[in-house]
Write a protein of this length. Structure first.
Length: 105
């Protein structure tokens, strides 16, 4: 079962990837440049995976705002007593996610 990535977990993973990539690039630059005289230009190379991860993180950051209408609707329905739980659907969702699958003992 694939576990969802929470935004704060994802940002930590991203930071580790970028930091590792930057350290590797700095070491490669140092080896290439050796003791060469003159100024060195700073350079950062970001992998395609890190760029894709950044795009995913942007989408995650934007997602809560797009669900605000849904949350407001659900709150109003609960307050008005109009919200009904779909127990069968909830049970299926929990089962599909592997929650509460006791041994039956």
């Amino acid at each position: 079962m694939v576990q969802p990535i929470r935004p704060h977990d994802a940002s930590g993973i991203y930071r580790r990837q970028v930091t590792s990539a930057e350290a590797a690039e700095a070491a490669a630059n140092a080896r290439r440049n050796g003791a060469a005289a003159g100024r060195r230009a700073d350079q950062v190379t970001v992998s395609e995976g890190a760029r894709e991860f950044a795009r995913v993180m942007d989408a995650v950051k934007q997602a809560p705002a797009s669900r605000a209408d849904r949350v407001a609707d659900l709150k109003a329905r609960i307050e008005n007593g109009q919200y009904e739980v779909d127990y069968f659907g909830l049970a299926n969702l929990l089962h599909d996610r592997g929650v509460g699958g006791g041994s039956g003992s």
